[in-house]
Design a protein around this ligand. Structure first.
Ligand SMILES: Nc1ncnc2c1ncn2[C@@H]1O[C@H](COP(=O)(O)OP(=O)(O)OP(=O)(O)O)[C@@H](O)[C@H]1O
Ligand SMILES: [Mg+2]
Length: 267
């Protein structure tokens, strides 16, 4: 029996590069440098990390940070089990022990004490001190910390401190150039490029409104949703309404203006 069929290699998630980000990721990993990804929602940051981790054959641990996430949620804690107190590793500790990529999504959301844990891990020491157990874990060469955040909707209080920020090699993400985005949305949704094109044209017009009427422009993610709905047979106007306009705003006036714009582009 063919063993390859029983244990197929995990697929590498598709990612269309825009610049040198793949080479940069790989070089940062080789040189044991941590990476910071910034960019608007739905522009491909998470996809990029899963693509690169799979390509390099590294296990990937992802933690979505939120405003209640404390250092102990990453490092671990003592728990009572059967009358005994035992130490349970958090996801960051496990990743440091095992090697591979640890991806902290929306890192600015996390509590302040997280920075204390990240600092010795992201400079040349590459250690994770576990205060509670007294251990000091040295990260293996294959370990890489990747963090991401969206500079758009964070407030000043939540901005990363320079001492944290300057521990990372950084890549700025933005939406794909038009032709690239058409290719990606078509490949992800199954809708032919000729039918995706007007959606991307509309998305670019809507993105131009960011900062004026809209907090965030239409993401590539929403474009993929919209194209999938159309590919499944929904009328284009309905799909655009539900996947490209409604998720953007709750303001009735702005929404009405966006519908008008959409109706002019999508026929
Ligand atoms: N360069 C790309 N190549 C392939 N697919 C892409 C690319 N950019 C965006 N996509 C598509 O857009 C979707 C959203 O991307 P992703 O989830 O990576 O966004 P994100 O930047 O992590 O967003 P968030 O900040 O909200 O987490 C993906 O599921 C994928 O379908
Ligand atoms: Mg993401």
């Amino acid at each position: 029996m063919n063993l390859m069929l029983r244990h197929p290699l995990p697929e590498i998630p598709a990612y269309a590069p825009v610049g040198n980000e793949c080479a940069l990721f790989e070089t940062a990993w080789t040189r044991q440098l941590p990476l910071l990804l910034k960019g608007p929602t739905g522009c491909g940051k998470t996809r990029f990390v899963s693509h690169m981790a799979a390509k390099l054959g590294l296990p990937l641990t992802t933690v979505s940070c939120h405003d209640d996430l404390a250092a102990a949620d990453l490092t671990g804690r003592y728990l009572l089990k059967g009358g005994e107190t035992i130490w349970i590793d958090g996801p960051l500790t496990r990743a440091v022990r095992d090697g591979g990529v640890c991806y902290l999504d929306e890192v600015v959301e996390a509590r302040k004490d997280v920075a204390v844990v990240l600092h010795p891990l992201t400079d040349d020491r590459r250690i994770l001190p576990l205060e509670r157990t007294g251990e000091e874990l040295a990260a293996p060469p294959s370990f890489m910390l990747v963090v991401s955040y969206n500079p758009g909707y964070q407030n000043l209080l939540k901005a990363l401190k320079p001492s944290t920020r300057q521990r990372f090699v950084a890549i700025e993400f933005d939406f794909l150039p038009r032709d690239r985005e058409i290719e990606v949305v078509s490949a992800e949704s199954g809708l032919p490029p000729s039918k995706v094109e007007p959606l991307v044209v509309l998305a670019q017009r809507l993105r131009a409104l960011k900062g004026h009427d809209l907090e965030e422009g239409v993401s590539t993610r929403l474009l993929v949703y919209c194209a999938s709905l159309i590919d499944a047979g929904l009328p284009a106007r309905d799909a655009v309404r539900s996947a490209m306009i409604e998720p953007l705003t709750d303001e009735p006036d702005i929404r009405a203006a966006l519908f008008e714009l959409a109706n002019a582009v999508i026929r």
